[in-house]
Design a protein around this ligand. Structure first.
Ligand code: ADP
Length: 269
């Protein structure tokens, strides 16, 4: 009978531990929500003064009496405020995505066209860097937010361009596979180390390879990309080797036959 009492005590202790853990998880997700709401609000408050700084810097640039030095300083103010505005926008966007404020505007669309347009939009940068880009795009109908899916592909493609030295190769494919479609963006650029690969979707994370090569960025693009893919019911993974290139693979559910022919909406969390 001591055995039974002992077992009961252990079971009780386990219950208490589980309850404590549940409480902690709840407190944590509540504080995360508060943080996301705060960032969303702060982002909004920061946009207004940034727009004023940028606007007046641009106005001053038009003054014909500026000295060369003044012109240089103004150009710096303008460029840096543009960077900061972009950073604030990304922060704002990510916080809204994470707190579930953002909703998706779902329509039935062909992912192939989205990818084609994204590739087209990168043509100039691809040419300027002397990169080659192969595409293998099959039609693939999904229920998705056209602008947001375009943002996802833009992010992956612009990273591939950014992190691939002159003369490199990019490869983009859209491949339906059963009930899913696989979108892959591959490059033979600088790559990411095995230890750092698990962190590249984290907020603000930038791999050592990117820093060593002095390639600028905020480390927010992939967090936003991942949040958007998850909001679409999809998944994203990355494979990479330092110096051996990277490959980002997105899987999204294909639109089922007959379900929802027009617009709808989904929430992003
Ligand atoms: P950013 O590009 O602004 O630095 P991202 O969130 O888009 O931020 O990417 C995070 C980090 O992941 C990058 O800083 C870089 O270290 C790494 N990364 C992303 N895409 C690639 C790629 N195609 N090749 C090599 N590294 C990459």
């Amino acid at each position: 009978s001591t055995n039974v009492t002992e077992r009961r005590a252990i079971a009780e202790q386990r219950e208490q531990l589980l309850a404590l853990e549940r409480q902690q998880v709840e407190a944590l997700s509540e504080s995360q929500q508060l943080r996301d709401e705060f960032v969303a609000l702060a982002g909004h408050e920061m946009r207004t003064p940034m727009a004023a700084i940028l606007g007046y810097a641009e106005l001053l640039m038009d003054d014909p009496d500026l000295t060369a030095a003044q012109r240089t300083f103004l150009a710096i103010i303008e460029r840096r405020s543009r960077d900061l505005t972009e950073l604030v926008d990304d922060f704002f966007d990510l916080a809204r995505l994470n707190s579930g404020i953002t909703t998706l505007d779902l329509v039935r669309l062909d992912l192939r066209s989205v990818v084609e347009e994204a590739v087209e939009a990168q043509r100039l940068q691809v040419q300027e860097k002397g990169l080659e880009i192969d595409t293998e795009l099959a039609p693939a109908w999904v229920d998705g937010d056209a602008g947001r899916l375009r943002q996802v592909v833009d992010n992956l493609l612009s990273n591939a361009v950014k992190f691939t030295p002159t003369g490199g190769h990019l490869r983009v494919s859209v491949t339906p596979n059963g009930r899913e479609v696989v979108v892959a963006v591959a490059d033979d650029g600088i790559g990411i180390s095995e230890e750092q690969l698990p962190y590249i979707f984290d907020h603000l994370f930038r791999a050592a390879t990117a820093k060593q090569h002095g390639i600028p960025g905020t480390g927010l693009g992939l967090s936003i990309t991942k949040a958007l893919v998850l909001a679409h019911g999809g998944q994203i993974v990355a494979e990479s080797r330092p110096g051996g290139g990277s490959r980002f693979v997105i899987t999204l559910p294909l639109a089922g036959p007959g379900t929802g022919s027009g617009t709808g909406s989904g929430t992003a969390s």
